[in-house]
Ligand binder design. Structure first.
Ligand code: F6R
Length: 235
């Protein structure tokens, strides 16, 4: 897409088309700055009649140790940026628990995924270091939902969201790389020059745990939506 706004609109259009064709879809959702305009576009579409009433959603990840109403928790992000503005049934919105023993949270999440999955359409963002979900470089490409330590670069990128004095979480529960690529279809959105190197590694580099997003090369139905800046380093 020519710019970030067009890329977000194209991503939202694809999700809306999926829901229109199959209203009871299981959607895999992401958080982060990249998704904000996507969710805003979906809210607009909802106001024009798009319904989420029969959908189920699974979020990729959640910080460990933050209460569900903490301003930086992904629960709160989803409520503010999407769930609070659409007609999705909150009982069918799954997000890994960050407020219980992380091993139990991961186990419980995999159980919910096998009960209600597979995910029909998994939305993904891309970390500057090639992460998907919170699968940081060196994550096993066979990994499942688990508790992970956040990398120094992710901690640095996140620090700005936490008030001075507050210690940002250093661990998270994330769906694994193998869990993610079990989705029937994948839709990854990356915008901006700071993603260009990770985009190149994901699309044109070798499949390697150093760039967890490179595992998408194995997927038969993965679409990568980019703006011109994020695509700048592609051959
Ligand atoms: C968020 C997530 C992360 C983000 C990635 C990009 O649920 O799983 O992988 O998608 O860190 O974040 P932004 O969009 O803030 O650049």
């Amino acid at each position: 897409a020519p710019d970030g706004a067009a890329a977000a609109e194209a991503t939202a259009a694809r999700i809306a088309a999926r829901l229109e064709a199959a209203p009871a879809s299981v959607l895999g959702l992401a958080t982060g700055g990249t998704m904000e305009p996507v969710y805003a576009a979906l809210i607009d579409r909802h106001r024009q009649g798009l319904s989420f009433a029969q959908a189920t959603s699974f979020n990729l990840d959640e910080y460990v140790g933050l209460a569900g109403d903490h301003p930086q928790s992904y629960r709160r992000y989803m409520r503010e940026h999407l769930f609070g503005e659409i007609d999705i049934d909150p009982a069918r919105c799954f997000i890994p628990r960050g407020d219980i023993d992380p091993e139990k949270a991961a186990e419980g999440y995999e159980a919910e995924l096998s009960r209600l999955g597979p995910i029909d359409l998994q939305l993904l963002g891309l970390g500057r270091n090639g992460h998907i979900g919170f699968n940081e470089p060196t994550s096993s490409l066979a990994s499942r939902t688990r508790c992970v330590r956040l990398s120094a670069s992710t901690l640095e990128a996140n620090r700005r969201f936490f008030d001075g004095g507050e210690t940002p979480p250093t661990t998270a529960v994330t769906m694994g790389v193998a869990t993610i690529i079990e989705a029937r279809e994948i839709l990854l959105l990356a915008v901006g020059a700071e993603k260009a190197q990770a985009v190149q590694a994901m699309v044109e580099g070798p499949v390697t745990a150093i760039c967890p997003a490179s595992a998408l090369q194995f997927h038969e139905r993965a679409t990568i939506v980019l703006d011109a800046a994020a695509a700048a380093r592609l051959e």
